[in-house]
Design a protein around this ligand. Structure first.
Ligand code: ZN
Length: 187
């Protein structure tokens, strides 16, 4: 289901804020296609910090593991990364479905260490939107369908005030992998 309380523009605004505060860069330097690693020099620990800020802002749980780790967990060791530390063809195929045109550098034989540099402000925003879209139709506590958001960031029930609970990011990646596998039979 797709929620329509929180807009992509608002999500992007929060991403910019979180990235700017964590990396101490000007918000003006952050565009949708900005790579956090390549363009802004982010390191792995910075991602924890950025994720934490987004979790606090939206009341969500971001994915702790990247798609590649989920592929290996679901389809076996070596499914995503070969013995040379390079992406398998199947992993490339899958990541292309997920990141589409936003990752033209995604190619056969790409080193796994280069993959995190594919994370852009836009792909982070998409990850947050996917989580927000898991908003259930009705409040699990009182059954009302009157979700509201006062500040455009936090969602709560318009009847009982209960904070909205969303699916967590890792579960959504797993669900997505299962769905793509059923449709495309990549592995
Ligand atoms: Zn309620």
């Amino acid at each position: 289901m797709s929620q329509n309380l929180l807009t992509e523009a608002k999500v992007f605004e929060e991403i910019k804020k979180a990235v700017a505060e964590t990396l101490r860069v000007d918000e003006g330097k952050i565009n949708p296609e900005t790579s956090l690693i390549k363009d802004l020099g982010a390191e792995s620990l910075d991602f924890l910090d950025i994720n934490y800020r987004l979790e606090q802002a939206f009341g969500i749980k971001m994915a702790r593991h990247f798609v590649l780790e989920h592929i290996e967990e679901m389809f076996g060791e070596g499914a995503a990364i070969d013995e040379n530390g390079q992406l398998t063809d199947k992993a490339v195929q899958l990541l292309k479905i997920r990141f589409g045109d936003s990752a033209p550098e995604l190619t056969h034989g790409m080193d796994m260490d280069e993959v995190p540099s594919l994370v852009t402000a836009q792909s982070m925003a998409q990850g947050v939107m996917d989580i927000l879209d898991s908003l259930p139709g009705k409040c699990p506590k009182c059954g009302s369908a009157a979700w509201k958001s006062g500040n455009g960031v936090r969602v709560s029930c318009g009847s009982c005030n209960e904070a909205a609970a969303f699916a967590n990011g890792d579960d959504l990646i797993k669900d997505w992998l299962k769905k793509v596998q059923e449709e495309k039979k990549i592995f």
